[in-house]
Design a protein around this ligand. Sequence first.
Ligand code: KIV
Length: 256
Amino acid sequence: MLNGTEKFRAMKRRGEKITALTAYDYPTARLLDESGIDIVLVGDSLGMVVLGYKDTTQVTLAEMLHHTRAVARGAARALLIADMPIHTYDTPEQAVATARQFIEAGAQGVKLEGGASHVAQIEAMTSAGIPFMAHIGMLPQSVREEGGYKVKGRTQSEAQALLADARAVENAGAFSIVLEIVIADLARQITEAVGIPTIGIGSGEHCDGQILVTHDLIGLFPWFTPKFVSPQARVADEIRRAVRTFIERTRGTARM
Ligand code: KIV
């Protein structure tokens, strides 16, 4: 039987779609796991949807490790991947040291943002036996330099660079590649060009799998929902309803 990350290549070969969602705490991880999700990602989207930061650049390693430990207690079956926060993988040595901390915290692999520019870090981690998921396309940790969350792959040069990134991370030992907000036709080309699975977010239907921020999927962060998400629940509305009912009932029993 194939285990760990090998199973995802096999799923790609068989044309079976891979499902991935984020979790940042024990109950969510357990619910995703019990529902049959393939991959649970402790994304650094944690910073925005849980910690209330403006973007992911403020997330610290200590915060990510803390939440990874909680998720590890809840995810018994799914593969658990953790995001390495910005500036925790500036050199190959730092990348390996950071990745080891995530493995100790219960992750089974790590993800960082970058392609050809980070081959040295990726090779150092995969040579050390640490399963690695790549992330190319729109890179949220670069949102400040980029001036927003922009679609990637519109120009010929951007498309060529992304194809080169995908090949570079595959050669460096990545077991899968997240493609974030890449135009659908390019996501299809990348998916066909590499042997490892692509997991898309806002990158169309041709990827080998799909990943979403769980808060977006279940309507738990109602103040902002990316255009490409169709929420499947309205959990924020349910929370408001329950809280209002509690307030009304409690106030209704006040002594006059
Ligand atoms: O941080 C995150 O949640 C992510 C996914 C959106 C891919 O990187």
